[in-house]
Write a protein that binds this ligand. Structure first.
Ligand SMILES: Nc1ncnc2c1ncn2[C@@H]1O[C@H](COP(=O)(O)OP(=O)(O)OP(=O)(O)O)[C@@H](O)[C@H]1O
Ligand SMILES: [Mg+2]
Length: 309
């Protein structure tokens, strides 16, 4: 559907993006994860034909976007990283303005605006001027502006940066719903939890390049296929530890700071057995946490650096 082929972007001497290949199929929810300055926004700008690549091309339904940028623009909604709204206009007036840019008018424009206001939860504030809105409300309106023309693909560039937790949760819910309704999504973020929540496929980007690609599961298995169960108990007796070792002979079992760590493959489901062995040995477990690798661990594994700086 939307395809990036060997995209390359140079700003004067800075190579912002190198050899980027990406593919977005209809109905897919794809994440683009990377730290500050990785080249995410530059990639998105090229994908949505806002800037020209230095090399490479973008294909929309197998046709170069250069030949027909209008066809892509009609199908695409882009939520930019920087908020682009008119502060002196009301929420409704802003949406009317953006709707007209996309060619909506008359009754259709009025109806779409009301639908979108509902979707982004701003119906009761529609006549207030945007200058009086919180950061989260502006972000929601910014998303609404990209949805007016009913795009089939939505590209979002870090839509939850710098807002309160409540607005963030609202936006994530809205996006999740859009995906469930069949929207094709490209979601850019440096928050791995958001990408994990929303996306089926993930591209990890660093220093201008895609360094890994796959489902969450494939990416995490780059780090390890193991899970570690962290057990806390009132008293971790030696007898209990030995019983566990006997029952799980291939697991790695060790004690660190009064926490018992049990590492074994992720396809095993040992909790019920662990609790049963504990009961048999009169051990009261006070907490059990199952840890599997996160996308953060994947990034660390691939680059030797943390995703967040
Ligand atoms: N117009 C420009 N002129 C010069 N350099 C640029 C320009 N736009 C981006 N860059 C540089 O290209 C690199 C990638 O920037 P980009 O904005 O694509 O990163 P990003 O992954 O979106 O980062 P962030 O998470 O901070 O938004 C950075 O080093 C940035 O300084
Ligand atoms: Mg950016």
């Amino acid at each position: 559907m939307l395809q990036a082929i060997d995209l390359h972007k140079k700003f004067k001497t800075k190579e912002a993006v190198r050899k980027v290949n990406m593919q977005l199929e209809a109905g897919e929810s794809v994440g683009l994860l990377g730290p500050n300055g990785a080249g995410k926004s530059t990639t998105i700008s090229m994908l949505s034909s806002l800037i020209m690549p230095t090399n490479g091309e973008v294909l929309w339904n197998n046709v170069s976007v250069n030949k027909n940028p209008e066809a892509l623009r009609k199908a695409l909604g882009v939520v930019p990283q920087e908020i682009a709204l008119y502060p002196e206009l009301s929420a409704k007036e802003n949406l009317h303005f953006f709707g007209r840019i996309y060619g909506l008018k008359g009754q259709l424009l009025v109806e779409r605006t009301e639908e979108i206001l509902q979707k982004i939860g701003l119906t009761d504030r529609k006549n207030d001027i945007v200058k009086t809105f919180s950061g989260g409300m502006k972000r929601r309106l910014n998303i609404g502006a990209a949805l007016l023309h009913n795009p089939s693909i939505l590209i979002m560039d870090e839509p939850t940066v710098g807002i309160d937790p409540q607005s963030r949760a609202y936006i994530l819910d809205t996006v999740k719903q859009l995906v469930e309704e069949g929207m094709t999504l490209l979601y850019t973020s440096h928050y791995m939890e958001e990408v994990e929540l929303l996306c089926d496929k993930i591209y990890i980007m660093d220093q201008g390049e895609i360094i890994a690609y796959g489902t969450k599961e494939t990416l995490k298995s780059l780090v390890s296929d193991n899970q570690t169960i962290e057990l806390k108990a009132h008293i971790l007796s030696q007898k209990f530890e030995e019983a566990l070792k006997k029952y799980f002979p291939t697991a790695n079992i060790r004690k660190e700071d009064e926490i018992l760590l049990i590492t074994m493959p992720q396809n095993e489901e040992p909790l019920a057995t662990i609790f049963a062995i504990a009961a048999k040995n009169a051990v009261t477990i006070t907490s059990a946490i199952v840890k599997v690798p996160s996308l953060e661990d994947v990034f660390l594994h691939l680059t030797g650096r943390a995703l967040r700086d």
